[in-house]
Ligand binder design. Structure first.
Ligand SMILES: [Zn+2]
Length: 307
């Protein structure tokens, strides 16, 4: 079982990109926890267009629920009007306003700045991010793989951004988004932020990558480490780490496979432990993962064997 937070973000992004809704009853039970968290924090709101569900009374007929005030009703050929009280049958859609507000927060964009819609329903200006007297326009895009959306979004981007002065956050996979003609960096939403404590947190490493000039942006991130070293995916298995543990990986990663002495590592990550092993050995899962990516010797030298 992979950690919940990355799955919640993926579910949110998939729902947002698809533009449709998600019904708990039709979702893989392994992701019900993620759905509930997103629903509780307001990232998913009750959808207006509710897809057909199975009648909760007879369980035989498909019915199309309709919003009736605050409740849902469905007309079943056998049972007549049936109230759909089971929240598991409600449909939930991703709320663009929630996403825009949390992105503004993640980028530290002043609260008085509002986001605005550049193309209805598919392209938004999140806000202007100011750092070192340089402003960058943060743009959120979805459904770029659809030809009509692609055309109108690209036209709007050309109108509303100056060359190299924007960062495009998208929910369409880069390969399908066809944004090669644009000089601004394009980053997938799941890579630029992490979902943590019902908020979105900026991935500093990925943001730094976005700010680099185009010719320095070619290096892709590590296939093993994600979320600023907070998650390692080893042989398809994801393991989550504390901030201090992540800092150990970050230190070793920066050394590019060269050996590092325990004292310099520990000194850098500000831990009370006497060596990096001590930080991992109390949790079986984390220690197993640590063993797979790090090697060390009796003299206290550590190095990454996987990147
Ligand atoms: Zn029925």
């Amino acid at each position: 079982m992979t950690p919940m937070a990355p799955r919640a973000l993926t579910l949110l992004v998939d729902t947002f990109e698809g533009g449709g809704s998600v019904i708990e009853d039709l979702l893989d039970p392994a992701h019900h926890d993620a759905l509930r968290v997103l629903r509780d924090c307001g990232a998913l709101t009750a959808a207006k267009d509710v897809p057909v569900v199975l009648c909760p009374w007879c369980g035989e007929q498909d019915i199309a629920p309709q919003q009736a005030g605050k409740t849902l009703l469905g007309l079943c050929p056998d049972c007549g009007y049936v109230p759909i009280t089971n929240t598991a049958l409600h449909a939930w859609a991703a709320d663009p306003d929630w996403l825009l507000a949390r992105l503004r927060q993640a980028f530290g964009i002043a609260a008085r700045q509002d986001s605005s819609e550049l193309v209805p329903g598919t392209l938004w200006k999140v806000g202007d991010h100011k750092e070192n007297r340089r402003a960058r326009r943060i743009v959120l895009a979805r459904q770029l793989a659809e030809p009509g959306v692609h055309r109108s979004s690209l036209a709007a981007l050309k109108d509303s951004i100056e060359r190299d002065n924007a960062v495009i956050i998208g929910t369409t996979p880069r390969s399908a988004a066809r944004i090669d003609g644009i000089s601004s960096p394009y980053v997938h939403l799941t890579e630029i932020v992490h979902f943590r404590s019902n908020r979105l947190e900026l991935d500093e490493a990925r943001w730094e990558w976005c700010l680099k000039p185009a010719h320095l942006r070619t290096h892709e991130a590590s296939p093993v480490f994600h979320e600023n070293f907070r998650v390692a995916v080893i042989e398809g298995d994801a393991c989550e780490f504390s901030a201090t543990q992540a800092a150990i990986f970050g230190y070793l990663y920066a050394a590019k496979g060269r050996k590092c002495h325990k004292d310099s590592i520990i000194g850098e990550v500000d831990s009370a432990q006497k060596n990096p092993v001590e930080l991992f050995r109390h949790n079986t899962r984390q220690f197993e993962a640590f063993n797979k990516v790090v090697e060390w010797d009796d003299y206290g030298f550590y190095a990454l064997k996987r990147f």
